[in-house]
Design a protein around this ligand. Structure first.
Ligand code: PRP
Length: 182
């Protein structure tokens, strides 16, 4: 059973909306000459972010998904990232935007970019809603970042705690009152 926890609001739905508008202006400008943008969501955490993002991108987009191995119990830096579900479409010669909910150690994004680069897209950029730079174990940074956050356990807006709370409309910070009380 999951230990009792509470969720403190960290980033409101309104703040996320406003940031997405800003980010989309930058993305549209960076891909101004693009005829079709392939937007690749990394499952499962990015499903809410990608849905809001593509609705704000008034340009020709195609949506595809990749699923990588879950975080699971493995927290070691050398952990291997496996592809559980590959893209449906080809990306060779195409313009691609990879959408991540959070960059933590950076292993997931790093592995995914290595894989996608080998397929020779014309242009490959990345966006992450959240970034925890203090946790980084790889030399990677998304092209666009929504919010830099401290090393807190976050949930909501697609991000889970033991598969729960993905449906919260805001980003919350998980606290364990019993542990805090000692
Ligand atoms: C989480 C998150 C990122 C990744 C970030 O996914 O959604 O994809 O971990 O961590 P990293 O930078 O240390 O690699 P997870 O594997 O928990 O799966 P989920 O998206 O299905 O929740």
């Amino acid at each position: 059973m999951t230990q009792a926890y509470v969720i403190d609001k960290m980033i409101s739905a309104k703040a996320i909306d406003a940031r997405i508008e800003e980010l989309c202006r930058e993305i549209k400008s960076a891909f101004a000459s693009t005829e079709k943008l392939i937007v690749v969501g990394l499952l499962r955490g990015s499903f809410v972010f990608i849905a809001d993002l593509v609705r704000e991108l008034d340009m020709n987009v195609e949506v595809d998904f990749l699923e990588t191995s879950s975080y699971g119990d493995s927290m070691q830096s050398s952990r291997e990232v496996r592809i559980l579900k590959d893209l449906r479409g080809e990306i060779e010669g195409q313009d691609v935007l990879v959408v991540e909910d959070i960059v933590d150690t950076g292993h997931t994004l790093s592995h995914v970019l290595q894989l996608l680069r080998s397929r020779k897209p014309r242009k490959l950029e990345t966006i992450a809603l959240l970034d925890k730079p203090s946790r980084r174990e790889t030399d990677i940074r998304a092209t666009w970042t929504g919010f830099e956050i401290p090393d807190e356990f976050v949930v909501g807006y697609g991000i889970d705690y033991a598969q729960r709370n993905r449906n919260l409309p805001f980003i919350g910070c998980v606290r364990f009152p019993e542990a805090e009380a000692g």
